[in-house]
Design a protein around this ligand. Structure first.
Ligand code: S3P
Length: 440
């Protein structure tokens, strides 16, 4: 891909009604569970971004029928639990950690050998954490450089149900283990000390798997999955991605006079930490209509510009807003006072070292920021100077957060490469422009 430099500059207020693309987590899970079900799964509102498209390609290479039948409409013909075919080519997940790690889990429960690869960003990310439980289930890692991609995995011939306690809060790790556990006889148990997004659990239940979720200690959950279910296809409607909604939402808070409506935003409590935090900061976000759609709660949100105050964001909230810290840090730089975001260790192993990249993006634009241990500390002074050039490190969320900063800062903000925005938010520039943003 050629780098696509972009510049964001101040313009008039943002106004209008928009719906951001479908949720990345749910789209990827729908493709994988659809491929493991028996029969045809129809998906509406699919995210047609690179991460989901790469997962779709991988499911096709593994033997599922995957077809686009219209605008964001997809049809998957599944092969059944354990039924993947040995791929004749390697599986390339591009930039997608979720696609890759969940597919590792699904392949680990099948008696096939597959090679997984991705782009330079994905090749730098840790896979050992997911290989550990999969090897306990019976898969073998045949080739890999220090637990990184490219790697070759031989799935288990006789998968063993395990009890797994993820060493870090990660929905990808939990999901990979559950997907591998689908093939094992008996009960696979995942005990997470801190609850993470529960889309895999919800969708497995929806497809007819026997799955029990109980509270565990103060903030955790114990998930028990009965192995070898027959997954029955169900229609899936993908709600708008709250992590993508975060960018126009924060932009509207920062650009004076803005008043926008974001339609059908998923309000899953394990994803809505940003909304809680912005409300504490005094943001004017009004929930217009809360309703259930396709098994998830969604709402239309009205967002109006206004002053923000600094807050302390507890580490316990990190799982519910892990992808939102770059854009929250941007909001914090427009607030009055010092915002402290605690417990951000996992940000270091995202599409880039997002803790460092977020700090660098703010510094380049005249904001005082510190990293202390795993905490990010941002000094807000109402309106940053801007004028910086931001290095995005193949990270879609760093790119979008930097552009949001530039829509409100005194001087324009330029990013070195906006091409990775298409991994999660195809049409970002067009959608923001339709609200009145100046992005070129
Ligand atoms: C995701 C889980 C999170 C998140 C990622 C999507 C998922 O990663 O950052 O964008 O869909 O399960 P971790 O599981 O590594 O925290």
């Amino acid at each position: 891909m050629h780098p696509v430099p972009l510049t964001a500059r101040r313009n008039g207020p943002l106004t209008g009604r928009v719906q951001v693309p479908g949720d990345k987590s749910i789209s990827i899970r729908a493709l994988i569970l659809g491929a493991l079900a028996v029969g045809e799964t129809r998906i509406a509102g699919m995210l047609e971004g690179e991460d989901a498209l790469n997962t779709a390609k991988a499911m096709r290479v593994l033997g599922a029928g995957v077809e686009r039948t219209g605008d964001r409409l997809w049809r998957i013909r599944g092969v059944g639990v354990g039924g993947f075919a040995e791929p004749k080519q390697q599986l390339d997940f591009g930039n997608s950690g979720t696609g890759c790690r969940l597919a590792l889990g699904a392949v680990a429960g099948c008696p096939i050998t597959a090679t997984f690869d991705g782009d330079a960003s994905l090749r730098s990310r840790p896979m050992r954490r997911v290989l550990d439980p999969l090897e306990r289930i019976g898969a073998r890692t045949l080739a890999s450089t220090e637990g990184r991609l490219p790697l070759t995995l031989a799935g288990a011939r006789d998968p063993i149900p395990i009890v797994f306690r993820p060493p870090v809060p990660s929905a990808q790790l939990k999901s990979a283990t559950l997907l591998a556990g689908l093939s094992a006889p008996g009960e696979t148990t995942v005990i997470e000390a801190e609850a993470t997004r529960d889309h895999t659990e919800k969708m497995l239940k929806y497809f007819g798997a026997e799955l029990r979720v109980d509270p565990f200690e103060a903030n955790g959950r114990c998930i028990r999955l009965a192995g070898q279910p027959e997954l029955v296809p169900q229609p899936i409607t993908v709600p708008a991605d709250p992590s993508s909604s975060a960018f126009p939402l924060v932009a509207a808070l920062l650009v004076p006079g803005s008043d926008i409506i974001l339609k059908s935003v998923m309000m899953n409590p394990l994803r809505s930490g940003l909304f809680t935090t912005l409300a504490e900061m005094g943001a004017a976000i009004e929930t217009i209509e809360r309703r259930a759609e396709g098994g998830e709660e969604v709402a239309d949100l009205r967002v109006r510009a206004g002053p923000l105050r600094a807050v302390e964001v507890p580490g316990a909230r990190a799982s519910a807003m892990i992808d939102e810290y770059p854009v929250l840090a941007v909001a914090a730089s427009f607030a009055e006072g010092v915002t402290v975001m605690r417990g951000l260790k996992e940000l270091r192993v995202k599409e880039s070292d997002r803790l460092a990249a977020t700090a660098a993006l703010l510094r380049a634009n005249g904001v005082k920021v510190e990293i202390e241990g795993d905490d990010l500390i941002v000094e807000g002074r109402g309106r940053p100077a801007g004028g910086g050039v931001v290095t995005t490190h193949m990270d879609h969320r760093i790119a979008m957060a930097a552009l949001v900063l530039g829509l409100g800062s005194e001087r324009p903000v330029r990013i070195d490469d906006g091409s990775f925005i298409a991994t999660s938010f195809p049409g970002f520039v067009e959608l923001m422009s339709s609200l009145g943003a100046d992005l070129s």
